[in-house]
Structures are given as structure tokens and as C-alpha cells.
Design a protein around this ligand. Structure first.
Ligand code: HEM
Length: 458
């Protein structure tokens, strides 16, 4: 079988380039081989970025393409075998159907209150003229949002310990390229004692599991139908055969939502704060729009603000946190971008390359929210949340969270970057993020503070 062209260097060299500098590697390949090429990773993988190929691959999912049963194994140590991310076929479909109702648009209003309260609480600890890391601050917010809106844990020693252990586990579990290498090569996953990275990870995971199972057991013993958090909704959900999720499934999906939703949203918010404060014109326009909000803006009014929406869209376009869609495997012989692919071929959609296309986004390296006001992009030209049967379950939640957090912070605080030098993206575990710390300093409270905060906080 002839695969699309790609680099001829040894597989190990390609794997290292892929792990350590995925974005420049993909860009160099697309320049040389066009918008479909093959990389030799642990197996050959075909990369696509043309919107038509993206559409074909994502929408003919389950016919011509499907998620391979073994490719998502790097996620398994953290998420388990029952996660919607590690499953494929019918089992994947079942989990998705059980999970989707918790993330429907109409549930966002409830979560909006929680997100506004948490942002207010955490940002109220910032001190004037004392710099802080944008990333740590955004991680603190998105972690607390998951703890409350998803796990339903508001206070108490379990909430506190779980938040601490999970933060450590996520921070050490997958941020560096070297850690990503451990995830790609299961043979490196050896427990060499409590002080070694993998040993530490295993012990923390054990403690997290104990706490999650205890929480699930207690909720089963004392059901409370007034709860609105995702865990309670998942516990009440039934599949087509009227079967609820098992404890193991619930544990795996909680970890999935945490891993998929915490770091991604925190990184997107960090980038947004960087661009807004790097480009004074963008900040001014945004503040002008936020100041037009009346006295009692509903979180859903914030959600509809056009310029805030354009800023969030451009943030996720220029450096998409998820560089790629999940892998798909060819099921039946298929022609993709003029190449005949045989069953078994692995294909990945490069969201990063699609978002960097000159034909769609002139001067793609420039941050320009106006492009989203001037033009509507199709679901395969702009796809920070992927597409098809694996499209991000938390898409509406993440968009809502980004907007409410930014509106809350920007309406209250006068912020500035400590260093407005350029920041570039780099791999952070399985996703991408800024290549250096972005420090922010509070200059003061905004004089023209809108009433947004009180209304969100109810
Ligand atoms: C800015 C934030 C986020 C970005 C950029 C993002 C992006 C993505 C992408 C690209 C995929 C893969 C889609 C595909 O292969 O077609 C995905 C899957 C997923 N995301 Fe998100 N995501 C974000 C936030 C969230 C949040 C907040 C949650 C939940 C609380 C979440 C839950 C999930 C889940 C469960 C999947 C797996 C879906 C499946 O396999 O069926 N994500 N996300």
C-alpha cells in the first residue's frame, strides 16, 4: 500500500520531533509534502488538514473511519478502560449518550452561576502590584469549577484533599514532553518506588480512586434529587436497556471530564489573557463591549456578546489547545485527498494546520478577532473542539466558562502583562500551551466596573 509522502528519517527521529516540537514539525511537513502526509510514529499515521478531508474523516465516522480500539491507550493509566475517550464502537456510543444530557446548552445557566462565583472568589485574593502566574490562576479556577460543577464537591476535607491530589497528579502526570513519552511507551511505565515519577503517579491515583469511590458510595446511600452537578446527573442516567453506569464507569468518566476539561480550558484562558493584554486595541474594544452590559447581565447575555465571542474564537484558532483530533482508523478502502487508503491506516486531523491555512485565515500568525466578525467558518474550517461522533462533549461548557471567567475578571480588574514579549506554543503533555510563564500584574480595580459580578454571583 502506498501511503501519502512524508519524511524519510528513521521512525525514532520522527517520534522525537513529534514529541518535542509537534507544531513546527507539522508545519515543515505540510510545506514540503502538502496538506496530506505520513509520519512514522510508533506506526505510520496519515495527517490531514484540508477542510474537505477533515469533513470526510469526521463525518463518515463509523462507516469509512472509526476510532481504533488500541490507539488511545496513552490515556488509559489516568482515565481507565471505561472512559468515553478510551472506548470505541458501541461502548463509546453508549457512554456518550449517557453523558451528553449533562452538557446540553440549557444546563449552562446553572453552571454559569458556579463559574462566576468561583472566579470572583479566586480573583478577590489577587493583590495590587503583586504579579502572579496567569496559568496557575486559571488552573485554580478551572479546577474548582470541575470540583463543584462536575464532581459536586463544594467544601469539606474530601473536596480539599481531592483538589490537592488531583492538581499534583495532573501537574506531574503529563505536562513535560518526557512525560508524554512515558504515556506513548507503556514499557516505560514501571513502578520503581514512591519517589520515582511513575511510582508517585500510581500512589496518587490510588488515593484519588479511594476518595471518588467513597463519594459515589455515599451518594448512592443518600440520594438527593435536588443536586444539579454532573456526577448526580450521571448517576441518574440510564442507557437504552435501562441500565445505569457502574461505579467503575462513573469513576472513569469523572477522571475523563477532569482531564479533558481542566487543563484545556485553563490553557485557553491563559492565552486569552495574554492576547487581550498584549494588544491594547483588543482590550479596549472588549471593555467597551463589557461596559454596555446592563445592570443585571445574565450569563447567557455574556455568552452572546459578539466581540467577546470573536476573541475566544481567535484564541482557540491561533494556537488550538488540542492540536489534533483523536486518531481514526480506515475501515473500508477509501479515497482521501486523492490518496487510496487501505483498511487499518491510521489518520489524524491536524486542527493546528487547518487553523494556520492562509486560504482561510490570511496572515494566520496574527491575532485578529475581527476575522470571526467578518466571516462564518464551516465546522471543518474551524474546529477547536474536533467534530463528528467524537466532538468534544464539553464544548458548550468550555465556551461558556471562558466567557464568564473573562467577563468577570476584566470587568473588575485593571490588569497588565509583566513582560509583553512574544510567547509561542509548545507541547504540554497531550495538548499544547504557552512556552513560558505568563505573569500578570493587577494595576487596580476598574473604575467603570459593571454590575456584572453581583448579578453573576446572584
Ligand atoms: C477550551 C477547552 C477545550 C478544548 C479546546 C477541547 C477540545 C477537544 C477536542 C479537540 C476533542 C477531540 C474531538 C475529536 O477527536 O473530534 C475533545 C474531546 C473531548 N472533550 Fe474537550 N475540549 C475542551 C474542554 C472540555 C471540557 C470543559 C470538557 C468537559 C468538562 C471536555 C470533555 C471532552 C470529552 C469527554 C471528550 C471526548 C469525547 C469522545 O471521545 O467522544 N472538553 N475535546
Amino acid at each position: 500500500m502506498k501511503l501519502p509522502n512524508g519524511p524519510q528519517t528513521p521512525g525514532l527521529v520522527q517520534m522525537l520531533q513529534w514529541v518535542f516540537s509537534p507544531m513546527s514539525f507539522m508545519e515543515a511537513c505540510t510545506k514540503r509534502y502538502g496538506d496530506i502526509f505520513t509520519l512514522q510514529l510508533s506506526r505510520p499515521v496519515v495527517f490531514v488538514s484540508n477542510p474537505a478531508a477533515m469533513q470526510q474523516m469526521l463525518t463518515s465516522d463509523t462507516k469509512e473511519f472509526e476510532a481504533p480500539s488500541d490507539w488511545n491507550t496513552p490515556f488509559e493509566p489516568m482515565l481507565g478502560k471505561n472512559s468515553v475517550i478510551t472506548l470505541s464502537g458501541k461502548a463509546h456510543q453508549r457512554q456518550r449518550q449517557l453523558m451528553m444530557p449533562s452538557f446540553h446548552g440549557d444546563r449552562m445557566r446553572t453552571y454559569g452561576q458556579v463559574i462566576g462565583d468561583i472566579t470572583e472568589e479566586i480573583s478577590s485574593q489577587w493583590q495590587i502590584d503583586k504579579p502572579f502566574s496567569a496559568r496557575s490562576a486559571m488552573q485554580a479556577i478551572t479546577m474548582r469549577v470541575i470540583m463543584q460543577a462536575v464532581f459536586g464537591l463544594y467544601e469539606g476535607s474530601r473536596a480539599q484533599e481531592l483538589e490537592e491530589v488531583l492538581s499534583l497528579m495532573l501537574d506531574e502526570g503529563g505536562q513535560s514532553p518526557a512525560r508524554a513519552l512515558i504515556l506513548y511507551f507503556p514499557a516505560l511505565q514501571r513502578d520503581l518506588g514512591p519517589l520515582t515519577p511513575w511510582g508517585k503517579f500510581l500512589r496518587r491515583r490510588e488515593r484519588v480512586n479511594q476518595m471518588l469511590y467513597a463519594e459515589i458510595r455515599e451518594r448512592r446511600e443518600q440520594p438527593d434529587s435536588s443536586r444539579t452537578d454532573v456526577l448526580s446527573l450521571l448517576m441518574a442516567a440510564k442507557d437504552e436497556a435501562n441500565q445505569p453506569m457502574t461505579d467503575q464507569e462513573l469513576r472513569d468518566e469523572l477522571m475523563t471530564l477532569l482531564v479533558a476539561g481542566h487543563e484545556t480550558t485553563a490553557t485557553a484562558l491563559t492565552w486569552a489573557l495574554y492576547w487581550i493584554h498584549k494588544l491594547p486595541g483588543v482590550r479596549e474594544k472588549l471593555l467597551e463591549e463589557l461596559d454596555t452590559l446592563g445592570d443585571n447581565p445574565d450569563p447567557s447575555t455574556i455568552f452572546k456578546l459578539p466581540y467577546l465571542n470573536a476573541v475566544c474564537c481567535e484564541t482557540l484558532r491561533i494556537y488550538p489547545v488540542a492540536m489534533l483530533t483523536f486518531t481514526r482508523v480506515v475501515r473500508t478502502p477509501v479515497s482521501l485527498s486523492g490518496h487510496e487508503l487501505e483498511p487499518g491506516t491510521l489518520v489524524m486531523g491536524s486542527i493546528y494546520l487547518t487553523h494556520q491555512r492562509e486560504d482561510l485565515y490570511p496572515q494566520p500568525k496574527q491575532f485578529n478577532p475581527e476575522r470571526f466578525l467578518k466571516r462564518q467558518f464551516s465546522a471543518y474550517e474551524y474546529l477547536p473542539f474536533g467534530g463528528g461522533v467524537r466532538r468534544c462533549i464539553g464544548m458548550a461548557f468550555a465556551q461558556f466558562e471562558m466567557k464568564v471567567v473573562l467577563a468577570t475578571i476584566l470587568s473588575r480588574w485593571e490588569l497588565a502583562l509583566v513582560d509583553d514579549g512574544d510567547v509561542r506554543p509548545k507541547r504540554r503533555g497531550m495538548v499544547s500551551g504557552p512556552n513560558r510563564s505568563i505573569q500578570i500584574v493587577v494595576k487596580g480595580q476598574r473604575a467603570q466596573k459593571s454590575k456584572i459580578l453581583e448579578s453573576i454571583a446572584g
